[in-house]
Write a protein of this length. Structure first.
Length: 350
């Protein structure tokens, strides 16, 4: 086993052929870093693999326990103000996708799919909470012009904020009744999180919203996250194709009041609880998929998070001495099914 304490040193070792394959997670390196002699000559092969698993997804999470985020219209407006197109182009070279689903890219996702009859039956007691476009599968995340100054989305966001009781007072957005400014803190712990937070704060400033970005070390970040001591954080949710009891830990009403759970947004919704229960009670695959999609729709309908991006493919690089099957597993790359190519023995002619 070889251990590398630093990412750049690890990559340099790969370039020298000191290990056989690597999984790339850094967009800049995937975009620019593989222009070295072995890659140009074909000795190093780059593959992108589509899986059937829910895509690892990053979100900005609203802490709805805080009064500033208790109104769903405010959360919807702030979702409009996040300029994914600008961030994806300038920070990630257009390599990321975006979905509102918590099970993005898999058969469990409700995003872009109309609800089937089973889902409609499950959601019937909560019909007033599910917007028609989310139920019909026509809801899409807002798309900006990528300029960082999209006036159409700004106008739509300000209309929603007006409905929530906020008005522009010069360059400051204030609550109509109290005159208090709309302001909050984005808690971050990595350079990448800080970069996204600063870009989002810039977009919010155009709407008169003051968002401060506070960077803390990893230990403090975890303590504050587990204690729900934040206004907004960035968080990654990883899901499997067989979600189960842990969904109560992620989104259940009881978990919202227990520090240390992953219900960071503070969701307390009987519809969510009912969909998780239906998922656990399902006894065949079709019923299970319908229940998970219904859960996905209730989560999307609550606007508890701002979807940032989805990692839609696995990026891997391997030296050409390593071969892999043409067919890919549902879960993606499986190095235990790969092999090292051996040269044919040299024939000696007497």
């Amino acid at each position: 086993l070889d251990f590398y304490r630093e990412a750049n040193g690890q990559f340099e070792a790969f370039k020298r052929g000191l290990y056989d394959f690597r999984v790339e997670t850094e967009p800049l390196r995937w975009h620019d870093g593989y222009d070295f002699p072995a890659a140009r000559s074909g000795e190093v092969i780059r593959d992108t693999i589509k899986t059937g698993m829910p895509q690892p997804s990053e979100f900005l999470v609203f802490n709805t326990r805080r009064p500033v985020f208790s109104d769903i219209s405010v959360r919807q407006a702030l979702t409009l103000l996040f300029d994914f197109e600008w961030i994806n182009r300038n920070y990630f070279f257009g390599l990321y996708g975006r979905s509102a689903s918590y099970f993005a890219g898999s058969e469990l996702s409700a995003y872009g799919r109309a609800a089937d009859q089973r889902e409609r039956e499950l959601l019937k007691p909560f019909a007033s909470q599910i917007p028609a476009d989310i139920l019909e599968g026509s809801y899409r995340l807002p798309v900006t012009d990528g300029s960082g100054r999209d006036r159409a989305t700004l106008r739509s966001a300000l209309n929603l904020l007006s409905q929530a009781g906020y008005d522009l007072d010069g360059t400051v957005l204030r609550q109509r009744s109290t005159r208090a400014p709309l302001a909050f803190e984005i808690l971050v712990t990595t350079r990448d999180q800080e970069r996204i937070g600063v870009a989002f704060a810039r977009d919010l400033k155009r709407a008169g919203i003051e968002a401060s970005v506070r960077a803390v070390d990893g230990v403090q970040f975890d303590q504050r996250r587990l204690g729900f001591d934040f206004d907004m954080i960035q968080n990654r949710y990883d899901q499997s194709l067989s979600p189960g009891n842990e969904q109560f830990f992620y989104w259940g009403s009881e978990a919202a009041d227990h520090q240390g759970t992953r219900n960071y947004m503070g969701a307390k919704d009987p519809a969510i609880d009912a969909m998780i229960a239906a998922m656990l009670e399902a006894r065949d695959h079709r019923a299970f998929v319908s229940a998970v999609r219904a859960l996905d729709r209730t989560l999307m309908s609550g606007f508890y998070t701002i979807p940032l991006f989805n990692v839609q493919e696995q990026w891997i690089a391997r030296w050409n001495r390593i071969e892999r099957p043409e067919a890919t597993a549902l879960t993606g790359y499986l190095p235990e099914t790969w092999w090292q190519r051996t040269r044919a023995p040299t024939q000696v002619i007497q």
